[in-house]
Design a protein around this ligand. Structure first.
Ligand code: C2E
Ligand code: CA
Ligand code: CA
Length: 433
């Protein structure tokens, strides 16, 4: 609540008054060649107090902390509440050393336990410090304090960071951030202008049948092919993977139908990322794709990376079972890369286990790796799953995998991933020979 530019819980100036004041103090400082410091303070865990004790509880905490701040600064500085749990103190005539010392004192005052009914709260805060530079724009000055506060928070809170002391992103960091932005832009373009496609790689059983084909996403912009190893991590970071994933679900399902119509009834395996499977909308997207493509669900298999099964949330469980009920198959991808909790494995309704390429690369010479592959294969089969090895490139690897009891092989030894039309030709040639 505010009246006359004053925040009623704290008696501090409100945000609007603060912005006015900083302009005046900055002009004054420049005119008299004096210093001006700003401390930007962000309290931690106030959200928790609000959630546990309601907003009245939160207000009580704010009021008490504000009192401590005022006492500690002993009349030096103008206090403002920027909203929520953020405060600014503007201190004329304060140099960096003084501001730093005051910030430490304020942190100490804030951190004293605070009695709340029967409980003791342990408040903490992050503080950013800025000193006005020449005739700097007053808002830019405040923003520097705010940014320094964010750095203090990122470093774990309970500390003060001065603007200018923040670690500068290195040249490499800037280049990487730029590259990510470029890829993100290209992905948006690809989604809107049809720059995405799926390539398909056959998975072939030791019995000679095509067990499935895996759909692998490709992104082409201005004739430049961006490999998945570059765009998938960016898509995951930015959340775009949900849209890309929905696109590949639909495109893969349509192609499964197309293959079936062309007389090559084969499962299409589609990669699903963690972000998709942890989303409550996943089941709906899957149903939508199956319906739109008008494909029978047993022709679709979802590949889920092993890391998903580290801890299975209720949403993931519900999505897995919804997929199962819809009639699509589930495969555990990249198995053996180190994330799986074996205890979880028994609860996952998957029908296929894909051994990661890392195990295959060292075959057949590494006998210990061979023992591991054999044991994993047995485990998969005991759990009623088909076991596939990925990334098989030569005959010696293939022979070792046959000996280990693996059911099917995916890799360059049989075929590289190929565009839709090429896969149809591949099927035709295979049937002809
Ligand atoms: P993944 O799911 O493990 O896919 C297998 C990767 O191994 C593919 O790489 C495939 O081209 C490659 N590969 C197959 N056989 C061989 C071989 O004999 N030797 C070697 N060296 N490599 C082989 P790709 O197409 O570059 O895809 C990389 C990854 O990108 C995939 O790994 C998958 O994690 C991800 N990805 C691809 N498409 C999608 C998608 O639609 N959605 C999601 N979420 N991820 C995707
Ligand atoms: Ca895969
Ligand atoms: Ca894989």
């Amino acid at each position: 609540m505010q009246a006359n530019g004053i925040d009623s819980s704290t008696g501090f100036l409100d945000r609007g008054s603060c912005l006015e004041l900083v302009g005046r103090l900055a002009s004054g400082a420049v005119a008299s060649s004096q210093l001006l410091a700003a401390l930007w303070i962000d309290l931690s865990r106030l959200k928790q107090v609000n959630e546990s004790f309601g907003h009245l509880g939160g207000d009580m905490v704010i009021t008490q902390i504000a009192r401590r701040l005022r006492e500690k600064s002993a009349g030096r500085g103008e206090w403002c509440r920027m909203g929520g749990d953020e405060f600014v103190c503007l201190i004329p005539n304060s140099d960096a050393e003084h501001a730093r010392q005051l910030a430490q004192d304020l942190l100490q005052a804030i951190e004293a336990p605070l009695r709340f009914g029967e409980l003791f709260l342990h408040p903490s805060a992050s503080i950013g410090i800025a000193i006005l530079e020449g005739d700097e724009d007053p808002f830019a000055f405040l923003e520097r304090a705010d940014r320094a506060m964010s750095t203090a928070k990122r470093q774990g809170g309970g500390r003060a960071v001065a603007s200018g002391d923040e670690p500068m992103p290195g040249r490499l960091g800037i280049l990487l951030a730029r590259e990510e932005l470029t890829i993100e832009n290209k992905l948006h373009l690809a989604l809107e202008n049809g720059g995405l496609s799926l390539h398909y790689q056959p998975i072939i059983g030791f019995d000679g049948r095509v067990e499935a084909v895996e759909a692998l996403m490709r992104c082409t912009i201005d004739d430049e092919l961006i490999p998945p190893a570059r765009f998938i991590p960016v898509a995951e970071k930015t959340g775009l993977i949900i849209r890309l994933g929905e696109w590949s679900l639909l495109a893969g399902a349509r192609y499964a139908r197309h293959l079936d119509d062309a007389g090559h009834r084969t499962k299409v395996a589609i990669n699903v990322s963690r972000a998709q499977l942890t989303s409550p909308q996943f089941a709906q997207a899957l149903h939508g794709a199956l319906l739109c493509a008008n494909v029978s669900p047993e022709l679709i298999e979802l590949e889920l990376t092993e890391s998903l099964f580290m801890d299975i949330s209720e949403t993931v469980q519900a999505n897995l079972h919804a997929a199962k009920r819809a009639g699509v198959g589930l495969a555990i991808d990249d198995f053996g890369t180190g994330y799986s909790c074996l205890a979880n494995l028994k609860d996952i309704p998957a029908t296929k286990l894909k051994l990661d390429r890392a195990f295959v690369i060292v075959l057949p010479h590494d006998r210990r790796a061979f023992a591991v592959v054999k044991a994993m294969t047995q485990l998969g089969r005991e759990l009623g799953m088909i076991v596939v090895a990925e990334g098989v490139e030569d005959q010696a690897q293939l022979d070792a995998l046959r000996e280990a009891g693996v059911d099917a092989i995916q890799g360059y030894i049989h075929a590289h991933p190929m565009p839709e039309e090429a896969l149809l030709d591949w099927f035709q040639q295979r049937n002809a020979s």
